[in-house]
Design a protein around this ligand. Structure first.
Ligand SMILES: *[C@@H]1O[C@H](CO)[C@@H](O)[C@H](O)[C@H]1NC(C)=O
Length: 382
């Protein structure tokens, strides 16, 4: 409780533009991963420093003899995502370290503890990225290097909340990675992918408890697909800042589904209800025949847990040019839709598997969270 009050007042002061200390100058809008430890290509001495912070090392198992080309996008997406995460946690650590308004903690022990944990997370994310990059390099496949990034977060509550959301999506996406590798006969890296999946799950439990949510979200976590993760990441990348064309990664990029209900989807109540959405279909050719119509033939399709995709028809479609707002039912009760649901706007309403949704998607993802909240017991409440 004390913590909540301190943060609320810090945020309020930041809003009032109280003069900030000299070291707390706002960061440039385009954030680059700080140089210094050699990431993403550390030399052996630099890697030893990263290992030390990460409490562990890369695998020393020999790489698989071959990897199916169809599996390259899996590692490219993992590297693209981990590069973003490295940037995000670097920025968060800088902000906390420098006491940027909104990122100040109520006591120096809390600050030290959080920085200690985040430094380890950052080093672990670096090793996740390096692992994917090494795999790609080994097979002479394109390996994404870091872009410049932008974050929509301006205080610690928003930052932890965003970390919880994108980590949750990663937990679904790594399921898809394991599935694709298995389908392609690339069994070699499956153990490592699932090892990092569990690791991200440990992080997720920590972020959730900081946010007064139960750390374990569902019995079987919500799945996701690679294309939706790649699409979601685009909002954090400064357009045009990647040192490679985005189509070097053979995954589609869909426009986002903006969730208008429940504080942008982050605080949706645990009940059946209609949710409102908005989508900009300006660059989506496949949407032509729906533009200006009533929404007939369009669906919101949800991933929730390990349930088969759940589709509901959209209603109340209202168009402004190619931007559409609409409503769709959120069938909470019948499907126990606690935790994360991943919404897409689709042209079909019947799917036999999550992977089938991509081919019928016009826009994705929209993230919806329904929380089973708890009281934090140590006063460390964001
Ligand atoms: C760090 O602070 C800057 C300036 O307020 C902000 O733009 C950025 O989003 C913050 N970083 C994170 C990860 O929240």
């Amino acid at each position: 409780m004390r913590f909540t009050a301190a943060l609320a007042s810090a945020a309020a002061f930041a809003g009032l533009a109280v003069a900030a200390p000299a070291q707390a100058a706002p960061q440039p809008r385009a954030f680059s991963i700080p140089a210094g430890d050699g990431f993403p290509s550390p030399n052996p001495a630099q890697l030893a420093v990263i290992n030390d912070l990460a409490d562990g090392t890369l695998s020393n198992a020999p790489p698989p003899a071959k990897i199916n080309e169809a599996s390259f996008p899996v590692f490219q997406l993992i590297a693209f995502n981990e590069n973003f995460e490295v940037a995000f946690f670097s920025s968060l650590i800088q902000n906390i370290t420098n006491g940027v308004p909104g990122f100040d903690l109520p006591s120096s022990p809390k600050k030290d503890e959080l920085l200690d944990i985040l430094q380890t997370v950052l080093a672990q994310e670096k090793l996740h990225a390096i692992n994917a990059i090494n795999t790609l390099k080994k097979f002479n496949a394109f390996a994404p290097t870091p872009c410049q990034y932008q974050f929509p977060t301006s205080n610690i509550y928003e930052a932890i909340s965003l970390a919880e959301r994108f980590t949750d999506l990663v937990l679904g996406t790594l399921q898809d990675a394991a599935q694709i590798l298995a389908r392609n006969g690339d069994v070699g890296p499956v153990r490592g992918v699932t090892a990092s999946l569990g690791q991200e799950g440990q992080q997720e439990g920590f972020y959730r408890i900081l946010l007064s949510k139960k750390p374990s979200e569902k019995p079987f976590l919500t799945t996701n697909v690679a294309a939706f993760a790649f699409s979601a990441l685009q909002q954090f990348v400064v357009p045009g800042s990647c040192p490679f064309p985005l189509d070097s990664i053979k995954l589609p990029i869909f426009p986002p589904v903006a969730v208008l209900s429940g504080k942008g989807g982050v605080a949706v109540e645990p009940r059946d209800q209609a949710l409102s959405f908005q989508v900009d279909l300006t660059n989506v050719k496949a949407a032509d025949k729906y533009v200006g119509g009533k929404g007939d033939g369009l669906f919101v399709t949800y991933f929730s847990g390990q349930l088969l995709p759940i589709s509901v028809p959209i209603v109340n479609a209202k168009w402004t040019g190619r931007v559409v707002t609409f409503d769709a039912n959120f069938p909470f009760a019948a499907n126990f839709m606690y935790g994360l649901s991943v919404a897409s706007l689709t042209t079909s309403g019947a799917f036999a598997a999550p992977g089938d949704v991509v081919a019928a998607t016009l826009a994705a993802p929209g993230l919806i969270q329904v929380d089973d909240r708890v009281k934090s017991w140590d006063g460390f409440k964001l």
